[in-house]
Write a protein that binds this ligand. Structure first.
Ligand code: NAD
Length: 345
């Protein structure tokens, strides 16, 4: 089996590459090695993508530095592959409103090119959308409790209306990618899936304030740098560990049930930002320092996926619970502390 992973040197992509390399597949990582959000973390950004590149090199992954907006190069690398997993993206909401052109070209044109390559070569493809496609009107449906927002019913399924509330360019670009996947399924009978992903976390995640909040808080807490919570800290996500997402990609490859899926941990893995700090305090044996700032434009205060559709159709379920996953992440950060030390802002 040969797998093409766009964004292979990113956080999720590196896990997908590792997952298939360990299964004995030939794996190609296709990544332009951008550092837009990494450059703003205050960590040693230059090290981050290189860290993942070097990690994958040791696993025997073929590393191609190229852009998904370059259709010819993408098509060339896709030829002969059995499966494309498309993780490359401009993933940060903050960067989307600062540089909407980067956002739209990466997320819309990039996803379109991936789908075109899959159509031309008749290769199954799984794409990464986000629960942000639902918009943030959900914020109006919440009750505030001591440590988190709650909603009844807790889980939100794929039938929930999309793009409600205040939108940012990221909402538009990720939703467009999601719509294109459905379009290619309906029009060209492409074996494709769009995963509407909730907050993902795990090792090799260089999370910063713009993207990857569990890793951002974990890195800062390990290094002793204060973390900033925007809003009350009662925001909730059903966080999902990276290897559980890899299992979902593989489940789609095996079942080929084309469609749109919410992929998260469901109620069992739901935590608020404040509860994330409670877990970090237990794991580290000390209380991390936290500061509060007003909520940010476009923020979604709550999302818990109803994952019934993925459970049923893909015969998949998440396995890693937050305490275990955050524990693994913390160990990785502690073992790689030099990657994060730099001009700590
Ligand atoms: N991390 C999360 O919590 C989360 C949540 C929901 C959805 N997602 C989605 O999952 C996917 C993976 O996210 P991630 O956290 O691994 O992001 P990431 O930023 O760590 O990885 C993305 C990778 O894509 C590469 N890339 C960006 N633009 C590219 C281009 N034009 N051509 C080639 N490569 C390019 C980057 O260099 C990077 O290595 C994204 O589609 C993201 O929107 C992530």
């Amino acid at each position: 089996m040969k797998v093409l992973v766009t964004g292979g040197c990113g956080f999720l992509g590196s896990h997908v590459c590792e997952f298939y390399a360990q299964k004995g597949a030939k794996v190609v990582s296709y990544d332009n090695m951008t550092k837009h959000e990494l450059a703003r973390t205050g960590f040693v950004a230059d090290e981050a993508r290189r860290h993942n590149w070097n990690y994958l090199k040791k696993l025997g992954v073929k590393l191609v530095k190229a852009d998904i907006r370059d259709y010819r190069r993408l098509l060339k690398q896709a030829r002969g592959c059995d499966y494309i997993i498309h993780t490359a993206a401009q993933p940060a909401m903050t960067i989307s409103w600062e540089d909407p052109r980067l956002d739209v070209t990466s997320n819309v044109l990039g996803t379109f090119n991936v789908l075109e390559a899959a159509r031309e070569l008749r290769i199954p493809v799984a794409c990464c959308a986000t629960v942000h496609v639902y918009g943030n009107k959900i914020n109006e449906e919440l009750k505030e409790k001591a440590k988190r927002y709650v909603r009844r019913p807790a889980g939100i399924d794929e039938e929930y209306r999309t793009l409600q509330g205040v939108l940012t360019p990221l909402h538009a670009s990720k939703a467009a990618g999601d719509i294109y996947v459905k379009t290619y399924i309906d029009t060209y009978k492409l074996e494709a899936a769009s995963f509407r992903l909730t907050g993902i976390y795990g090792t090799r995640q260089f999370g910063g304030e713009d993207h990857g909040w569990v890793a951002n808080f974990s890195i800062r807490s390990v290094l002793g740098i204060p973390s900033t919570i925007y809003g009350t800290g009662k925001q909730v996500r059903d966080i999902i560990y990276a290897t559980d997402v890899c299992e979902a990609f593989d489940a789609f490859y095996r079942t080929r049930k084309a469609g749109i899926y919410n992929i998260g941990g469901g109620e069992a893995t739901a935590i608020s930002l404040l509860e994330c700090f409670d877990i970090l305090a237990k794991v580290l044996g000390r209380k991390p320092e936290v500061r509060f700032e007003p909520a940010r434009h476009g923020d979604l205060s709550y999302f818990i996926c109803d994952i019934s559709k993925a459970r049923r159709a893909l015969k998949w379920k998440p396995k890693v619970m937050p305490k275990e996953g955050i524990g693994r992440l913390v160990v990785w950060i502690q073992e790689n502390v030099e990657v994060f030390r730099g001009d700590k802002r």
